[in-house]
Design a protein around this ligand. Sequence first.
Ligand code: PBG
Ligand code: ZN
Length: 333
Amino acid sequence: MSDLFVSRDHVLQGGYFHSTLRKLQEPDTSIEPHNIMYPIFLLENDDAVQPVSSMPNVYRYGINQLIPALTELVEKGLKSILIFGIIDTLPKDATGSNADSASNPVIRALPRLRAAFPSLLLTTDVCLCPYTSHGHCGVLTPSGAIDHAASVARIAEVALAYAKAGAHVVAPSDMMDNRIKAIKDALIANKLENQVSLLSYSCKFASSLYGPFRDTMKSSPMEGDRKCYQLPPGSAGLAARAAARDVAEGADFLMVKPGLPYLDVVRRTKDQFPNHPLFIYQVSGEYAMIAKCGDSGEVAATLMETLVCMRRAGADCIITYFAPLVLSIINKK
Ligand code: PBG
Ligand code: ZN
């Protein structure tokens, strides 16, 4: 007997030589339709459909084009979407008035989506940046700093408008301190707290991986950056404090964003709050990298490996532009 044979505990391969055994070795990492949320870019022009040049196979849709596109996906098992509104002829102003005006594409589309897809979960991103003239996620003071109180009040107003228009979940992505409490208070004051939940972009980092998204949304800040409200990429400490704050203020769900470079934060957040379902956002830059990683087989394999690793790290739901591809892959199995 060689010295290499130290202990029976070191003989591992007998535990995973068969594919069914391998499944048992990967608990809680299955990818089912309810583990996936699909981000949608919704245009102001109801009949338009436009490809996104920096994201292969991603389109922006007006509502009349979106409904047929979603019909096919819902038949394939799609369970939830995250809606981003885009305006191009409606004016942008200092407070983002068109985020919740009657002509806002999200406000107009929600009743139609509720009617067309009675069991699809409708989540709306809540932010001011697609609607403000300066492109920041909050309201600014005359000197150009974030006006905190005004920002939080305005973001709560927009969230409430989406809730009233039919959103099941409102998801503030602005990262202003205390907006979770303001939104929860607004929902309670309007007796919507039992019908609308609050998904906080709680741990959102100031990342370079949002580039394709900002092109698509035309939502880059005109001046400056978002480093005074989004988290510094190296800070796990601020991420933990942000998650704790949002839980204390009434968030139903937490999120880590971006995804892949931040899996340590996913694990810490899940361990910190095991009773709150955790979302992870595979952002536009991650999408572009995987989409360009090889032929269609390599893309599919890399994608599914990435999603399994996100589940292993502790994510319950993955927001991904690859949702249509994921559904075709898991339907084939
Ligand atoms: C803005 C917002 C961003 C994303 C979602 N909401 C970008 C940003 O903060 O600049 C990023 C999504 C992506 O890159 O896929 N509130
Ligand atoms: Zn924003």
